[in-house]
Design a protein around this ligand. Structure first.
Ligand code: MSP
Length: 504
């Protein structure tokens, strides 16, 4: 039976290798996916957000060997660090999949078998250069001075009997599919990159390893384990029940977006849809491809050694301050350069001086000039039009998976409200109708901002909501219903409280 998917929104993050603790680069992709998921919940959609950990393969085996423990013990130590980090960052994932779980194993075996039965997996011999950090083969021409082009470290020559996935057979099918789904990859220039890559011709890739035991055995030949990328990509369907709860799977697949970094675009936009096509499963509806967060001009990674721990940053700047920085600083899709100065600057200008200042000002003036009770907004306020434009622009930008533009659109209402206050100077007026009008409008604008900014600032927006005398949870509000001008009821007590974003 076809399922109604119109009111559902489903997104995934990459599943992170457990060879390293969570770092800022992982947090980046996860926060973007979370904020987009939170936005869709405000739209009233039935949202599912999936994340997890990638626990098989040579890289994890080697990391475990170095500590003298089993790979499973090693993974059991690191995977919870990801779960804890996401909790601290207020990530609202609905599921967390580990590739060592039984539900994943049965699903991977089912997918392998389906591709094998379709005749798209065959035995062959592979000779080539392998980078363990990438868990990928490279052809000679791709190496830079004999090194992996991504990690700038030597690759290893490998000669192995492997099962191969006949990717070369999928060129035309992939091109046809993308021609029918021209908006599937965001931002759009990444689509050109994928199409260009497919057109240069696709090589078959090996989907099994004989030399390794740390993985999922092929169902028809248990001397081989599944290649870690075949195993990992499958998490997106095994988490939804493929192989373990097929009815649930068919009601949830395909997902709307795979959020990924640009480093793993080929695996996700070429290998993965081909694997699904082979098994007779629809490709996902879309991919949202982010750039890298660089530190001193280099990709942050355990291999490069320039790792920043997101949890340290939360201690310094707060969860919301950190989330806001990640979302607002870099247009999604571009590379961004992480600096402490940039973090502090963004926090001070947008949060302390703009939003924090607006909230504090409104509460102070209402306390002094309106007896602490918020007045009603004026239906024909000059801010009403600005608010509706901000709502429209914010909505459009989230739909395009552009959080930085969405937040800028929301902040345009904050800036307009601050200037409205500066022009009218209600703090200089005598109590009465004129002050009430200015403050009712400012409260209403702040109420709307609180809802629009909630996906980025889940904690502070809830705090502002309560301080302006409103009850309930911001996450239960709905867009557009609750962001129409005029929703602030008036007559409620407004409290000032401590600064929301103390200057750093
Ligand atoms: N395990 C694979 C993904 C399998 S998905 C089926 C993997 N893991 S990873 O932990 O190395 O990185 C995963 C993702 O984290 C990257 O693709 C990217 O989205 C994000 N990032 C890791 N480092 C990053 C930066 N320095 N900057 C931005 N994102 C980066 O690859």
């Amino acid at each position: 039976m076809p399922h109604d998917t119109s009111n559902r929104f489903s997104a995934t993050t990459p599943i992170y290798y457990v060879n390293a603790k969570p770092h800022l680069g992982h947090a980046y992709t996860t926060i973007v996916a979370d904020a987009v998921a939170r936005w869709h919940r405000l739209l009233g959609e039935d949202v599912h957000l999936l994340t997890g950990t990638d626990e098989h393969g040579l890289k994890i085996q080697q990391a475990a060997d170095a500590e003298g423990i089993s790979p499973k013990q090693f993974a059991d130590k690191i995977a919870p660090l990801f779960e804890q980090a996401w909790q601290r960052l207020d990530i609202t994932n609905d599921d967390f999949i580990r590739t060592t779980e039984a539900r994943h194993r049965v699903g991977v075996q089912k997918l392998l078998q389906a591709c094998y039965d379709a005749g798209d997996i065959e035995l062959d011999v592979y000779r080539g250069q392998y980078c363990v950090a990438c868990e990928a083969y490279f052809v000679e021409e791709e190496l830079v001075n004999g090194n992996c082009p991504i990690h700038q470290r030597p690759t290893t020559y490998v000669e192995e009997e492997n099962y191969f996935f006949r990717l070369s057979r999928f060129e035309q099918r992939l091109l046809d599919w993308y021609a029918k789904h021209p908006d599937a990859i965001k931002p759009s220039h990444r689509m050109n990159e994928v199409i260009g890559f497919i057109k240069t011709g696709l090589n078959d890739f090996s989907v099994s390893r004989k030399s390794l035991t740390w993985g999922i055995p092929l169902p028809w030949d248990d001397k081989h384990v599944a290649y870690v990328w075949f195993d990992a990509l499958a998490n997106y369907i095994t988490a939804h029940g493929y192989g373990s709860n097929d009815e649930q799977f068919s009601s949830r697949w395909p997902v709307d977006y795979h959020f990924i970094g640009k480093d793993i675009i080929r695996f996700h936009c070429v290998y993965w849809p081909a694997m699904l096509m082979s098994a007779g499963i629809e490709p996902p509806k879309g991919w949202a491809v982010g750039g890298w967060l660089l530190v001193g001009g280099e990709k942050m990674s355990k291999t490069t050694g320039n790792v920043v721990n997101p949890l340290d940053l939360i201690d310094e700047i707060g969860v919301d301050g950190f989330r806001y920085y990640v979302l607002a600083e870099t247009p999604y899709g571009n590379d961004g350069d992480f600096t402490y100065e940039g973090l502090t600057q963004r926090y001070n200008s947008d949060l302390a001086n703009n939003l924090g200042n607006l909230a504090a000002r409104v509460a102070t003036v209402v306390e002094k000039k309106c007896g602490g009770i918020g007045p009603k907004p004026n239906p024909s306020s000059p801010l009403a039009k600005i608010a509706s434009e901000a709502v429209a622009a914010t909505t459009a930008a989230w739909a395009e998976v552009q959080p930085s533009r969405a937040l800028d659109a929301t902040w345009s209402l904050i800036r307009a409200t601050n200037s409205h206050l500066e022009q009218n100077e209600p703090w200089k007026m005598e109590p009465g109708a004129a002050v009430d009008e200015v403050m009712g409008d400012a409260l209403e604008a702040l109420r709307i901002v609180t809802i629009l900014a909630n996906p980025a600032l889940p904690n502070t927006t809830q705090e502002i909501w309560s301080r302006i005398g409103l009850t309930g949870n911001v996450i239960d509000l709905r867009i557009p219903r609750d962001v129409a001008w005029g929703g602030y009821p008036g007559g409620t007590k407004v409290v000032k409280g401590d600064p929301l974003f103390p200057r750093r």
